[in-house]
Design a protein around this ligand. Structure first.
Ligand SMILES: *Cc1c(COP(=O)(O)O)cnc(C)c1O
Length: 395
């Protein structure tokens, strides 16, 4: 922690001497690209999820791209996806040749709504790219049932949900292809990086090949064979490799992971409790059976306008508190807007307009949390006046 600044950032990764020592050891070893550290990291993640295959990549975008490709997405097929997500989700989908079909979310969970998804199914829909948004699991059972009933592929974007649990089991352990991000904004970080969890042996072998130029054997295997083995290329691939330098950081992060998860959960509980006293501010909703990974903490101000949120963020910034406005609907982005001039998903729009992210990260102190709550209380009073905003949606 930086004790000399009274600025409270929105987020900050937890990196200390453990990561530094790991990186130094890899640098001294002489093997810095994808090697044994990546393998070790993959095996550890596979163990905690109880999954047969984990393929580490250089981002969640590349993990999702591989996940969609090895699950059989063909060019021109449609995929149901929320518009309440970051561009990277849909970038991966486009890279894999798919076409997004934007589906509305559930206003309470901020996640893709199973009923809206079902209503959007047409003959050319291949699957669902379900995003566990803001660390909260989607209604997996509903989507698994829907996928089985309507013969759809289910792929999970769990970029923000590393450590989240659904029905007592980690997201990543439910049998579908799942991608995680290791960007500093997420639960654990390797600077940049991603993880792809797969359950099918052939799909995993193909993902490993595609990750590394399409080569039939990895550098590590070839090295072990003293150059006797020669790779071939069954199909063209990419360079989506994580380096051993990054995986070493990942191994150190995994030692902190239980503490990171516990700290964030504790901080979220404290916010939940203390925000309840501010009229018109709703803490995040958590459905039964879900344990979120609080990679971020998002509150709703029901009925707030875009301008009011802007004013609120400015008042918080003056107090040295960094917050951020909610996720903007993807169909408004300049790339999509011309193709979707009339699109308006009401729940997505409302959540986008009425939400803000508050600081949450390992090392955020109780005192800082108190300042956030005080700052928010004052800002809400100033922006909305004494008459609080509309009745909360969360009951
Ligand atoms: C961060 C994020 C991504 C992209 O992760 P990268 O590792 O930066 O590629 C994808 N989807 C969601 C929901 C995210 O939050």
């Amino acid at each position: 922690m930086d004790h000399f600044s009274d600025h409270i950032p929105l987020l900050r990764p937890w990196i200390d001497d453990d990561e530094i020592a790991e990186v130094v050891a890899v640098l001294k070893s002489g093997w810095v690209s994808q090697g044994t550290k990546v393998q070790q990291f993959e095996e550890q993640i596979a163990r905690i999820f109880g999954a047969p295959h984990v393929v580490a990549t250089n981002s969640a975008t590349s993990a999702l791209h591989l996940g969609l490709q090895v699950s059989g997405l063909q060019r021109g097929r449609k995929v149901l996806v929320p518009a309440h997500t970051c561009m990277a989700t849909v970038n991966a989908l486009l890279m894999a040749g798919g076409e997004p079909v934007f589906v509305d979310i559930d206003r309470r969970t901020f996640n893709i709504d199973p009923a809206a998804a079902e209503a959007a199914i047409t003959d050319d829909v291949w699957g669902v790219l379900a995003v566990h948004q803001i660390g909260l699991p989607v209604d997996l059972q509903a989507f698994e049932r829907l996928a089985a009933r309507r013969n759809l592929q289910l792929v999970e974007d769990a970029a923000t949900a590393f450590g989240a649990k659904y029905e007592g089991k980690f997201i990543g352990g439910h049998g579908n292809p799942v991608a995680f991000s290791l960007h500093p904004r997420k639960m654990i970080t390797t600077g940049e990086g991603g993880l792809l969890v797969l359950w099918n042996d052939e799909a995993a072998e193909r993902a490993r090949r595609l990750r590394s130029a399409g080569a039939s054997i990895s550098d590590l295997v070839r090295h072990g064979a003293k150059g006797v083995l020669q790779q071939d290329y069954p199909e063209p691939g990419y360079n989506y490799r994580l380096t051993d330098l990054q995986a070493a950081v990942g191994l150190a992060q995994m030692r902190k992971f239980p503490q990171m998860l516990a700290q964030r959960t504790e901080q979220a509980r404290w916010y939940d409790e203390h925000l309840a006293a501010i009229p018109g501010v709703c803490p995040p909703y958590v459905p039964a059976g879900c344990e979120p990974a609080y990679t971020s903490y998002c509150v709703t101000l029901p009925g707030a306008s875009e301008q009011q949120i802007t004013n609120l963020l400015k008042l918080l910034a003056v107090r040295g508190i960094s917050c951020r406005r909610g996720i903007q609907p993807l169909y408004r982005e300049p790339y999509f807007a011309p193709a979707y001039p009339d699109m308006y998903l009401p729940e997505t729009e409302a959540v986008s307009r009425e939400t803000i992210f508050l600081p949450i990260f390992p090392g955020l102190t109780r005192e800082q949390q108190r300042r956030v709550v005080e700052g928010l209380t004052a800002a809400v009073e100033q922006v909305f006046g004494c008459r609080a905003v509309e009745a909360p949606v969360h009951g």
